[in-house]
Structure formats: structure tokens, C-alpha cells
Design a protein around this ligand. Structure first.
Ligand code: ADP
Ligand code: NA
Length: 330
């Protein structure tokens, strides 16, 4: 039986991924690659929509790919490639853009947020059409499933609308995908500001656990994480966001249930709990970091793997694009 297709990706917007990317995306991708024909992209074309340094872009792209592999995405099992290596993305995005209403695109809440941040002069047409490029990413591979955070749900809905619109206007061409939204317990918050999502693009990185941080640095960040004055290790998102966040990280990295961790630390202080979590973080990310650094030490080999995967991705993407051009008379 052929496996259903799955598509997801991340922007190469930092030197290192953070623990939220690992728990909220990579851990799931690693499991999902067993049951799906999975495509995981490093979406460098999307990364052009935020401020970036050309001298660093290629390196960040490589580092992101190396961290996918180090976290367990297997390039022999999944197709792990760099978006700009497959030219069909930009071509299909153009076609889909001609089917997207200006008002429809204007309703994307992420665009509204980001354009507010960048101002009129800093807001580009590329930022505006970002969701159309994302639709092209997904539809090129005929993906039926798209694992995303809930902030991307609206973009997947636009993708579905565009697929249905194209299919009804030009004939059955695209698989209409469904979003696979991560559970609330897979959402990680900033260790210093535990009501804000941990993010690669946080203003300060004091509360961000980077996958490629030295283990001693990660341990220190855990020990300094914001908690509360109650002193009991108990999950309560509303009243104890700091401790709850640490419990979620602990549970996700060990595969344990939160109540079992609460029991283990019952009657002990936050110091003990943080020490325990710091050990978990170091033992989980130490090896991931080592593997990523090893991959990065052989640039030619990593580039060879990415080129081979891009070729595999292009053969699927080009077939879709050919069908699209055929349907629309190009
Ligand atoms: P970032 O904010 O770090 O730049 P992205 O928005 O590029 O992250 O998201 C990349 C992937 O990582 C998405 O699948 C997203 O849902 C997941 N992700 C990012 N931050 C978190 C987080 N704090 N908790 C859980 N998942 C996250
Ligand atoms: Na981001």
C-alpha cells in the first residue's frame, strides 16, 4: 500500500533551533516519518520575508538541515531538502497567487501581526504572499497531512481553499490537505517569560533553550527559569505557568506522564526539580548537539545528501507542476 504524503518545514532563521521546535515539531516528525511518505523542507525562500544576512543564510540553512537529521529525521526514509533547490515552489506560488483574492490574503492574521511589526515601509509583497508560497509547498507534494502549530492553521485553510478552487475550475489536480495541529502540551514557553511562546526570533535569548547550546549553558538556563513562590511542583497552566512549562518539557523529553513527575518531586523544592530537568535536557540534547556538529564538520557530505534529497523532491514537485501547466493551458 502506498503511504499518504505529509509535508512540513521550518525557516532557517537562526543558527540553532530551540526546544519548542524540537518538542513541537521534530519529535513528531520523527515518529510520523514511519507511517507517512514525509517531506521535510528547510524553507529558505520563506526566510527572505524577514530581515536576514546573505552571508549567513546558506550556513543557517545547512545548520537547520543538520539539526533535522541529528534529531532523527532520516534522509533515507524521509525527503529532507532545501526549498530553493526545487524551483517548482516559486512557479506554483505564482499560479496560486493569481487565484488568491486580495481580500482573502489580507485576512491572514499572521500577516497583520508581522506587518504591524515591520511598518509600511518594511512590509513587503513577499510577506503578504507568504501563505500562497506555503500553499504551493504543500500542494506540490499532494500532501494530505500537514503538521503545524496552531498559528499556521489559517494558512492551511487557505491552502485547502486554493486546492478546491483550482480543482473545481480546472479539474481534479490537487489533494486537499488537512492540518495536524500539535497538542497544547506540545507548546513550549519562554523560560523567562512563560506566557510567551519560546521562539527562535525572541528578542532576548535568556529564556530560550537552543539545541546547539553547550550543555552547561542549557543547564544554567533551566536553573534560572522563572517559577513562583508556592514551592510545589504542580501542573497549573493558569496560576503556575513557569513550573507547568518545565513539567511539559520534562514530560516531552522523557516520555513520562506529568502526574508521575509531580509525584517524584512531591515535597521537594524547585531546586531539586530544576536539577532533575537540567540533567534530562543535557542528556537529551548533548547527543543531538554532537550529531549535528559532526554533520556540520563534513560540509561536502551534508551538501551531497541535501542535493540527492532535492532531486527526489523535484521529481514529485515537477510532475505536479506539469499537470498544473497542462490544466491551465501553459
Ligand atoms: P520559531 O518561532 O522558533 O521561529 P517557527 O514559527 O519557525 O518557530 O516554527 C517552526 C516549527 O516549530 C512549527 O512546527 C512550530 O509549531 C514549532 N514551534 C515553534 N516554537 C514552538 C514552541 N514554543 N512550542 C512548540 N512548538 C513550537
Ligand atoms: Na519564526
Amino acid at each position: 500500500m502506498t503511504k499518504a504524503r505529509l509535508y512540513s518545514g521550518m525557516q532557517p532563521s537562526a543558527d540553532s533551533l530551540q526546544v519548542g521546535n524540537y518538542i513541537g515539531a521534530l519529535l513528531q516528525w520523527r515518529d510520523l516519518q514511519e507511517s507517512y511518505d514525509a517531506y521535510f523542507s528547510v524553507v529558505d525562500l520563506h526566510a527572505l520575508t524577514q530581515p536576514f544576512d546573505p552571508a549567513e543564510m546558506r550556513e543557517k540553512t545547512r545548520r537547520t538541515a543538520a539539526q533535522y537529521i541529528a534529531a532523527g529525521i532520516e534522509p533515507a526514509k524521509s525527503t529532507l531538502y532545501v526549498q530553493s533547490h526545487v524551483t517548482a515552489h516559486a512557479e506554483l506560488a505564482w499560479v496560486l497567487g493569481t487565484l488568491t483574492g486580495f481580500g482573502e490574503a489580507s485576512r491572514m492574521t499572521q500577516f497583520k501581526d508581522k506587518s504591524q511589526r515591520y511598518g509600511t515601509d518594511g512590509t513587503t509583497v513577499g510577506l503578504f504572499t507568504y501563505p500562497v508560497l506555503m500553499a504551493a509547498d504543500i500542494l506540490l507534494f499532494q500532501a494530505s497531512v500537514v503538521p503545524v502549530g496552531d498559528d499556521q492553521k489559517q494558512h492551511v485553510e487557505l491552502t485547502r481553499d486554493l486546492a478546491e478552487r483550482f480543482n473545481s475550475r480546472f479539474g481534479e489536480t490537487f489533494t486537499v490537505p488537512v492540518p495536524m495541529i500539535q497538542q497544547e502540551t506540545a507548546r513550549i514557553y519562554d523560560l523567562q517569560n512563560p506566557t510567551a511562546k519560546m521562539s527562535k526570533s525572541a528578542e532576548s535569548d535568556a529564556g530560550v533553550l537552543w539545541l546547539l547550546d553547550e550543555p552547561s549553558v542549557s543547564a544554567k538556563k533551566v536553573m534560572r527559569a522563572v517559577t513562583d513562590s508556592e514551592g510545589s511542583v504542580r501542573y497549573d497552566r493558569e496560576n503556575k505557568p513557569g513550573v507547568s512549562n518545565l513539567l511539559v518539557i520534562y514530560a516531552a523529553l522523557t516520555g513520562r506522564q506529568i502526574p508521575s513527575i509531580e509525584d517524584e518531586y512531591a515535597g521537594r523544592g524547585y531546586g531539586d526539580f530544576k536539577k532533575g530537568l537540567a540533567e534530562v535536557v543535557v542528556s537529551e540534547f548533548g547527543p543531538v548537539r554532537e550529531r549535528a556538529l559532526a554533520l556540520l564538520s563534513d560540509e561536502a557530505e551534508l551538501d551531497r545528501v541535501l542535493a540527492a534529497n532535492a532531486e527526489r523532491a523535484a521529481s514529485v514537485a515537477d510532475a505536479t507542476l506539469d499537470a498544473v501547466y497542462d490544466k491551465i493551458g501553459l
